[in-house]
Design a protein around this ligand. Structure first.
Ligand SMILES: O=C(O)C(=O)C[C@H](O)C(=O)CO
Ligand SMILES: [Zn+2]
Length: 274
């Protein structure tokens, strides 16, 4: 079953007037990873689509989505599929790719319908594309690893860059995931913004009774949302995006926008955060 939802883009002046439920209705994406469903959220921030497919009791096929106004989903789009579950298969254009946990399939513009099967829990990301790059299966050992942070700052982590120009070419999508050293809980701190690109976070491997406090907003107007396992966040281009977990977790970050330069960030001095 395919379930879809649209989220419109709002400006920072409106965002800072919202209460908890208002913030969540715009920026928190729940209800993902339901058995036997493909769940897609169409965001008007850079028209990123994010969602999930869990083929628990049989294959699920994604061929199109009314919101794109195209005959097929990938007619004018590219896609990344990250498996956060046990091994599962993604079939596209006559090829079947077995994705282990942490592996990604990039599918270029013009790809056909995708069929998901097996024990995978598939996280789907898609952005408009302007040219076709080859469909590529990317394993963790193919990715770029960037080690950051310190134990003293509780932010010692490794950023695993999967869709990155040095690993796998894409039009707009930049994505990967960040893992923590034991005891480190702060992601993306010191904080930054990048008005050229929006970002989406999926938090996973969070214990059921633990939460991540995700921080968003303009640097001088921060707000938080409390996030459970396998829930996601839409981060507008004008917003910081960082958080701390009450326990261990991993998160997938993904961006779309004007460039694919991971390092293009405007860092926020700690003293400027409010
Ligand atoms: O832990 C981090 O730092 C990150 O993962 C950074 C995010 O990927 C990001 O915000 C990239 O712009
Ligand atoms: Zn960022």
């Amino acid at each position: 079953m395919l379930k879809t939802e649209t989220r419109y883009a709002i400006d920072p002046a409106t965002a800072k007037t919202l209460d908890t439920q208002g913030l969540r209705s715009h920026f928190h994406v729940g209800g993902l990873f339901a058995d036997d469903e493909i769940n897609l959220t169409y965001s008007h921030y850079d028209r990123l689509i994010m969602g999930s497919a869990v083929p628990a009791n049989g294959p699920l096929t994604l061929s199109d989505m009314p919101e794109t106004g195209t005959k097929t989903f990938l007619e004018r789009r590219e896609m990344a599929v990250l498996n956060i579950g046990a091994a599962g298969d993604v079939a596209v254009d006559g090829q079947t790719y077995t994705l282990e946990k942490g592996e990604v399939l990039y599918v270029g513009m013009g790809g056909g319908a995708l069929t998901f099967s097996g024990a995978g829990r598939f996280y789907i990301l898609s952005a408009p594309a302007h040219q076709t790059y080859p469909t590529t299966h990317i394993k963790e050992s193919d990715a770029r690893r960037v080690e950051l942070g310190t134990p003293e700052q509780a932010n010692e982590r490794v950023i695993i860059q999967v869709l990155h120009p040095d690993v796998c070419k894409s039009c707009q999508l930049l994505m990967g995931y960040t893992q923590f050293k034991p005891g480190s809980v702060w992601n993306t701190m010191p904080a930054h913004v990048h008005d050229r690109r929006m970002e989406a976070y999926l938090y996973f491997d969070v214990d059921p009774d633990q939460r991540v406090f995700h921080i968003m907003g303009e640097p001088t107007e921060t707000r938080h949302m409390v996030i459970a396992n396998e829930e996601a966040i839409i981060s507008p281009p004008w917003s910081v995006h960082c958080g701390a977990g009450t326990g261990s977790y991993t998160f997938c970050w993904a961006m779309a926008g004007d460039n694919v330069d991971f390092t293009d960030m405007d860092m926020v001095a700690m003293g400027d955060l409010r």
